[in-house]
Design a protein around this ligand. Structure first.
Ligand code: FAD
Length: 322
């Protein structure tokens, strides 16, 4: 059944977040031949729009307003509701990002429709169904929306974006909105990231735990991450000990990540940590305790001192990759 599908694209730091392209790929499946309309909100973002066409959007709406420069729940909700009222989509797809999580719940409540969040897979053969993890990633459930708008958020790094095709051009239209009486005003944005790579979208993550022993102990991990073009994460143990910032925390109460490669260094593998990383495609664990629980989820385990093993890996990858 063809469905007109709205996809929220996210702009950040002058570029588009990769999850926007993944959301278009998800939108294509959900649309089942229907039109996929990408919506890009912000201020001064029109120049980014066309690349959404290269990744499969049929039409793009740029929603520019000075009150949309930074994300605010009521600003974006007002804008998106005006787009939805005008476009009348049969499906909506957003990334399961900080913005998508916040916005989707508010919009679903306004629309009085169902919402399936944190989708990691789409079963489009037969009746449309969505796969999502439950019990902190220990099991998966399959869900359907029987009536009304099909509304989902997709977990970054799980649904592959379509191949970029620069010959594909989509129609880009400006969509005027009125955004007023904001109850939230962003005064300042303080960034606390340790590398240029966004943890939730990183293909490679090198993560440190209490075994790293100090803030300086993260240096070899950063070097390895740099060589692999990845980001640095941490266990809560490392954050609680003050070795790194909480923005790096991975797990049940931190970020949920699904990189292609997750290298856990000096992390014991508590259930709350596994909840945030056990769906990574390949897990490498480095721990000096051969009984550490992390080895139970690891594809490759190295029993040893991380301060010896990590620099060796960095040296090796430097030689191989550069
Ligand atoms: P530890 O358990 O102390 O493990 C350190 C490991 O380092 C050990 O296995 C040790 O063998 C190894 N090691 C030491 N020195 C070296 C060395 N030189 N070389 C190699 N290995 C070495 N935790 C999270 O991570 N994320 C969460 O989101 C999270 N949420 C939580 C929510 C709740 C409600 C609760 C109760 C807990 C939560 N926790 C979370 C905490 C979790 O239970 C663990 O306490 C925490 O993950 C332990 O961190 P760790 O593995 O770094 O430390």
């Amino acid at each position: 059944m063809a469905r007109k599908t709205l996809v929220l694209a996210e702009a950040r730091d002058g570029g588009l977040r990769h999850v926007s392209y993944e959301a278009i790929a998800a939108g294509k499946k959900v649309a089942d031949g229907g039109e996929v309309v990408a919506v890009l909100c912000g201020d001064n973002i029109a120049s980014l729009a066309q690349s959404l066409g290269h990744y499969g959007a049929d039409r793009i709406l740029t929603v520019e307003n000075e009150n949309l420069k930074n994300y605010t729940p009521d600003g974006y909700k007002q804008a998106m509701m005006q787009v939805i009222d005008s476009e009348k989509p049969e499906a909506i797809v957003m990334g399961h990002t900080a913005i998508g999580k916040d916005l989707s719940a508010g919009i679903a409540s306004r629309l009085n429709c169902g919402l399936i969040s944190d989708v990691t897979g789409i079963d489009a053969d037969g009746e449309l169904a969505f796969i999502r993890p439950v019990y902190a990633g220990k099991a998966f459930e399959k869900k359907r929306i029987k009536d009304g708008i099909v509304f989902i958020t997709i977990r970054p790094n799980n649904i592959e974006a379509l191949e970029k095709d620069e010959s594909k051009e989509a129609v880009v239209n400006a969509f005027d909105v009125v955004v007023k009486d904001l109850r939230t005003i962003v005064k300042d944005i303080v960034k606390k990231t340790t590398s240029g790579v966004d943890l939730s979208e990183a293909k490679v993550i090198v993560s440190g735990g209490r075994g790293v022993k100090s803030a300086e102990g993260f240096e070899p991990l950063k070097e390895l991450a740099d060589v692999l073009g990845g980001a640095v994460g941490a266990s809560r143990g490392a954050c609680d000990a003050g070795y790194c910032d909480y923005s790096m925390q991975i797990g049940q109460t931190g970020k949920v990540v699904t990189p292609d490669l997750y290298i856990a260094c000096g992390i014991s593998g508590a259930i709350q940590h596994l909840a945030g990383m056990s769906n990574s495609k390949v897990i490498v664990a480095i721990n000096k305790d051969p009984e550490a629980n992390i080895f139970n989820v690891a594809d490759y385990g190295i029993v040893g001192d991380l301060f010896e093993v990590v620099p060796l890996l960095t040296k090796y990858f430097k030689e191989v990759l550069q």
